[in-house]
Design a binder for this molecule. Sequence first.
Ligand code: AP5
Ligand code: ZN
Length: 212
Amino acid sequence: PRLLILGPPGAGKGTQSANLAEEYGIEHVTTGDALRANKDMDISDMDTEYDTPRAYMEAGDLVPDAVVNAIVDEALSQADGFVLDGYPRNLEQAEELEGMTDLDVILNLEVDREELVDRLTGRRVCDDCGANYHVEFSPPETEGVCDECGGELIQREDDNEESVRNRLDVFQDNTAPVIDHYADHDGFVTIDGEGSPDEVWAAIRDAVDARI
Ligand code: AP5
Ligand code: ZN
C-alpha cells in the first residue's frame, strides 16, 4: 500500500511509521531522517537563504521546497509500497506530491499541543540505528543506551523547548492547511494519537486494514 502519515511534530509519526513499514513490508520514506543524514549538503545552487539544511532544521523552520521535493521524488520512484512521513508540509509540497503518486490511505494523527512539547523535549534517539525512546514514556532498559544495538542515545538538536515551540507554530501555519486539503480524500482517517504507543498502533492497523 501507499500510505501517508500526517500530524504535528511529536505526534508519533516516526514511531508508528516503523510499525507500518514492518507490518506491511513497505519502505519508510521520511524527509526528516533524509535531511538529518544530509544536513551539511551544499544547497547554495538552489537559490536558498542558507547554504545547507542544518540552519533551517536547528531552528525548526522548513527546508526549502526544491530540496525536499527532490528527496521525495527520488525515494518514491524506487519504492513499491511506502509510508511517507514528514511530507508534504505545505500546500506547494502537496501539489508536488500529486504529480508523483496516488495515495491509498492518509492517516492524520491528532495530539494536544502541551503533550507534544513533553514528548519532544523528552525524546532520545539512538545515534547509531535511529531507534526512538522517551525518558519517561518509553525509556530504554539502561539509561542512555539503545536496547536494539547498544548505541548511545542523544537528544536531537531541534528538541529544545524553543525550537519545539517554533516547529509547532510552523505546523499550524503551513501544515494544518495540508490536512484540510486531504480531508475529503476517500482514504483519509483521523486517529487519536494520545493513547499509549500500542493503543495508537492498534487503531492505525485497523484503519489501514479496513482501507486496503
Ligand atoms: P521531522 O524529522 O519530520 O520532525 P517532526 O515532523 O518535527 O516530527 P518528529 O520526528 O519530531 O515527531 P514524530 O511525529 O515522528 O514523533 P515520534 O514518533 O518521534 O523534521 C525535522 C525538520 O526537518 C523540520 O523541522 C524541517 O526543518 C525539516 N523537514 C522535514 N521534512 C520537511 C519538509 N517536508 N519540508 C521542509 N522541511 C522539512 O515521537 C515523539 C516522541 O514521543 C518520542 O520520544 C516517542 O518515543 C514518544 N511517543 C511516540 N508515541 C507516543 C505515545 N503514543 N505516547 C507517549 N509517547 C509517545
Ligand atoms: Zn540503536
